[in-house]
Write a protein that binds this ligand. Structure first.
Ligand code: BF8
Ligand code: SF4
Length: 634
């Protein structure tokens, strides 16, 4: 049982995990902890990025004795090509998620499974894109906006429409460096073309394309994902919820939603509240139905519905190990194939729903926007009917649970700020009060902390310890993805509890504005929200994004998506701190382009800093923020 007056520690979480692993042993379950041991040590060529297998003359591995591949490509070309392919994988994944949200918007209709919840936002985007709204039915507008958004993926000419949201200075940097993303799919496709055998091996060209592909994600596909999810399911506003494994309920049917696309989870949540389903659950001997989230799906439904968050990436096996999970329902991305065999050790139904993420040992219940209602109902019913199959002797729900206030979209942040100032506010609000707090030094700056867990870093430790260090130094933290869940699990989003970990200035701001010091901005596609926040702050302040005392940080990242994100955050002018190397250390030239004073720094006024020592990563971020303040003479 955690003490509500204190943060939940990583040690407590590890203890809970160990207890769950004991249950796993009883039923012969495998675990990521064991598989890490089996995979260690990792391949040195892979880690350095110096293995090329893009043609069958290879694979070629670069060593001092064999400095070139068979085609003559040197180590810099190989590392840079691998880096671009890694980015393209991430950009494709985020953007395809965004595309599916556009399709959902296209399906929206009055009285249908999907409806327009934020008509004001839809109208705003329609105006931004020059789409007529006057006297038109909102669904007619929605369908046209959806179609135009879908065209952004494959349009033959021009650049991404959302780029215009960036400050003019940023747009000019992109234009001059020739990295403005054109059609989203084109950037992914061109990345694959450039990295084909016998195309680019010049690191500068490959790293520039990495930035461009990243931008097609952050200011293209991910932004579509975020914006149209808001239109369909509501723009998040502050809402109270709970987090950590203790949100699973002993006497209820537990349905875990996991993955990324809210089109599925929103429907599951809806039908879990259906009186007919609740009655069915009671008939089965349960007290009701509890839906909880894992990974970014967890963030999506927490932000909009206050649904509790059961855990982040490396806790996904834990929810099954509680023995109290009736169904783990997944859509796409970051889903361990291990959940199939693991669920077979328990009564848990592992339900896959997307043709994009099909796995062995799963029950595939295809979910599509056209038949969303009946699909979701069937999924909920399956979970409910599975309650009676629970083996009570295996049930162990560690009692770790923290309170969290989540739901800080840019709109919500502006609204909170409006509440405490008398400044004139236009219809979309202003970030001037935030700029004033930073200028006066009450807040020293901000860190956008994002990304995954990775067994290479003690899970959650880097996120939580870095956040605590930043808060103590009066640096406000905005978070998304699994970083957000790490904060929520620890209690850093509890507006009552967390301020005691802050410096005096930040504590005052939290109290005055009524916010926790760590602001949950959503899922990983919602890092596009952070780009808008940075862009609007720069505009309201009258400086460039790269001048703001703001840095990005992904201390435990692991996925291709995270590299794509890193590239667009850097390309937007925000220095980005990584706790895990992006397979680039094999090339001095690529390392210089990404982390040095040339390359990214010259093109977009920001670069990467990689440091696997978390303490020193934190020190460097604080020093960077203070240096930016000094440069502004504040
Ligand atoms: O997109 S932070 S482990 S869940 S990749 Fe995945 Fe990483 Fe979590 Fe969401 Ni993002
Ligand atoms: Fe080897 Fe060149 Fe083929 Fe890569 S492209 S596998 S370096 S021959």
């Amino acid at each position: 049982m955690n003490d509500w007056d204190k943060l939940v520690t990583v040690e407590q979480m590890e203890e809970a995990t160990n207890a769950l692993l004991e249950t796993g042993k009883k039923v012969g379950a495998d675990s990521w902890q064991q598989r890490v041991k089996n995979q260690t040590p990792h391949c040195g060529f892979g880690e350095a990025g110096t293995c090329c297998r893009i043609c069958t003359m290879g694979p070629c591995r670069i060593t001092p004795k064999s400095p070139r591949g068979i085609c003559g490509c040197d180590v810099h070309g190989i590392v840079a090509r691998n880096y671009l392919r890694f980015t393209a994988g991430g950009a494709a994944t985020h953007s395809d998620h965004g595309r599916s949200i556009c399709h959902t918007l296209y399906q929206a209709k009055e009285g249908g499974a999907y409806q327009v919840k934020d008509a004001e936002k839809l109208t705003r985007i329609a105006h931004e894109w020059g789409i007529e709204t006057e006297g038109r039915d909102i669904y007619e507008v929605a369908h046209e906006v959806a179609e135009v958004a879908l065209m952004e993926y494959g349009k033959p000419f021009g650049v991404q429409r959302f780029l215009k949201r960036a400050p003019e200075h940023t747009q000019k940097l992109w234009h001059d460096a020739e990295i403005e993303p054109r059609a989203i799919d084109r950037e992914v496709s061109q990345s694959m073309h450039m990295t084909h055998m016998g195309c680019s091996s010049l690191p500068e060209a490959l790293i520039k394309q990495s930035l461009r592909a990243g931008l097609s994600d952050g200011w293209g596909g991910s932004m579509c994902g975020t914006e149209f999810s808001d239109v369909l399911f509501g723009t998040p506003k502050p809402v109270d919820t709970t987090a950590n494994i203790g949100v699973m309920e002993k006497d209820m049917v537990n349905i875990i939603v996991h993955g990324h696309d809210p089109s599925l989870s929103e429907m599951v949540v809806f039908y879990a509240n259906d009186p007919e389903m609740i009655a069915l659950a009671k008939e089965q001997g349960a007290k009701g139905i509890n839906v909880a989230g894992v990974c970014c799906t967890g963030n999506e439904v927490a932000m909009r519905k206050g649904i509790p968050m059961a855990g982040n990436f490396l806790q996904q096996e834990n929810v099954v190990l509680t023995g109290a999970c009736e169904a783990i329902v997944v859509d796409v991305q970051c889903i361990f194939p291990a959940l199939g065999p693991l669920s077979k050790c328990f009564h848990t139904k592992f339900i896959t729903t997307s043709p994009i993420a099909q796995m062995p040992d799963a029950e595939y219940m295809r979910f599509s926007e056209e038949t969303a209602a009946e699909n979701a109902k069937k999924i909920v019913r399956t979970a409910v009917l599975n309650f009676k199959n629970r083996d009570q002797s295996l049930v162990n729900i560690p009692q770790l649970k923290s309170k969290a206030r989540v739901g800080y979209s840019v709109e919500a942040i502006k609204k909170c700020l409006d509440g405490v100032t008398n400044s004139h506010v236009d219809e979309t609000g202003t970030l001037k009060p935030l700029a004033d707090c930073v200028k006066s030094g009450v807040l020293r700056g901000a860190v956008a902390m994002v990304g995954c867990n990775n067994p290479k870093v003690r899970p959650d430790y880097a996120h939580i310890e870095l956040m605590k260090k930043l808060l103590k130094n009066d640096i406000i933290v905005v978070v998304s993805g699994c970083s957000a869940q790490a904060a929520a699990k620890a209690g850093l989003m509890d507006p009552e509890l967390a301020p005691q970990y802050c410096g005096e200035g930040l504590k005052r701001v939290c109290k005055l504005v009524g916010i926790p010091p760590v602001l949950h901005m959503g899922s990983c596609v919602d890092i596009s929200r952070m780009m808008i926040l940075a862009a609007d702050l720069a505009k309201d302040w009258g400086i460039n994004i790269s001048q703001i005392p703001l840095v990005g940080c992904a201390p435990e990242w692991m996925s291709e998506k995270a590299v794509s994100i890193g590239n667009y955050v850097v390309a937007t002018g925000i220095d980005t701190y990584l706790g895990v190397d992006p397979y680039s250390k094999g090339s001095t030239e690529v390392t210089e382009l990404l982390q040095g004073e040339t390359g990214c720094k010259e093109w977009v006024e920001a670069h990467y800093i990689v440091d696997t020592d978390i303490e020193s990563l934190g020190d460097k971020m604080i020093a960077d923020i203070e240096a930016k303040r000094a440069a502004l003479a504040i």
